[in-house]
Design a protein around this ligand. Sequence first.
Ligand SMILES: Cc1cc2nc3c(=O)[nH]c(=O)nc-3n(C[C@H](O)[C@H](O)[C@H](O)COP(=O)(O)OP(=O)(O)OC[C@H]3O[C@@H](n4cnc5c(N)ncnc54)[C@H](O)[C@@H]3O)c2cc1C
Length: 311
Amino acid sequence: MYAGAKAFFFALSRSGTLKRLASKYGLRDHHGFARRFIAGETIEEAIGAARALQSQGLLLTLDYLGESTRTVEEAAAATREYVRLIDVIVASGIERNLSLKLTQLGAGIDRATCVDNLRRILEPAGRHGFFVRIDMENSPWTDVTLEIFETLWQQEYRNVGIALQAALLRTERDVRRMNELGARVRLVKGAYKEPATVAYQRKTDVDAAYLRLAGLLLGSGTYPAIATHDPVLLEEVRQYACVHEIAKSRFEFQMLYGIRRDLQKGLVADGYHMRVYVPFGREWFPYFMRRLGERPANLGFVLRGIMGERS
Ligand SMILES: Cc1cc2nc3c(=O)[nH]c(=O)nc-3n(C[C@H](O)[C@H](O)[C@H](O)COP(=O)(O)OP(=O)(O)OC[C@H]3O[C@@H](n4cnc5c(N)ncnc54)[C@H](O)[C@@H]3O)c2cc1C
């Protein structure tokens, strides 16, 4: 079930017809069925959502959705949009923190284009005190993503961090490397269906790896981000930090917009740093389908939303 649902929704996420239909109705008004997970299509809507989160003591990172650009022009347009967002965010006064995907910036076209585009974003981001997190995509992109990250790191960009996936067999090595560099890591379970040659297939194995890696990051990492909604893992991490006397200020928790808001609030109330990943933009469909794949029960929620709209 764990891997099966992911694969099923991943296949659906490639359907052009479904995408067109969903895009037409999903964010149509305040009751659109995708609203629960997507802050809106425009930066103004995202800033509104960000302000509401900040007023509850939550930290945030904004993700301008998009991935797998196919042409140099598309990648350049996404880059320009991020540069524009930096100015809009500065003017709005919300927290300065972005998340992005390298295939959005042209990693699939050629590496040099992607490095140039990322640099174009990191320059103004650095000047304005932004932190930029590189999301991790499916395993064909792991090496490229880490190589591009290290290229920029060697060029002394320090306002940038990376996400690593506990599901991948290789990740302990990557965590150790990032700890050695002093780079900031966001630890996630991994949102993609991956083959057994590269990834654990059972939830229990992924969870065990997650805890092991979280320990490595909390022990010798640089302000790691523990990104999960899993209550058992959250409790284990809290215990670990407590037993090893790791101060609450030395790491943060992260969760996705609209997911386990009860846990988000609870962590803030307990004095932890809690960051919410706020996705927005017109290209929300693949992100949305990954959220359904993680928890097929969300489909019921979506269907109720659609039926509600019709009635
Ligand atoms: C801030 C953040 C950034 C991320 N960045 C990346 C990235 O760069 N690359 C990547 O591959 N993955 C990323 N992910 C996704 C991650 O890999 C997982 O797919 C996702 O977080 C679900 O796993 P989980 O840790 O919450 O645990 P799970 O075992 O999947 O879920 C544990 C519990 O959390 C709740 N839950 C989980 N998912 C959902 C959902 N969709 N809807 C409702 N409830 C849910 C349920 O209560 C569930 O029982 C990110 C996740 C977060 C929180």
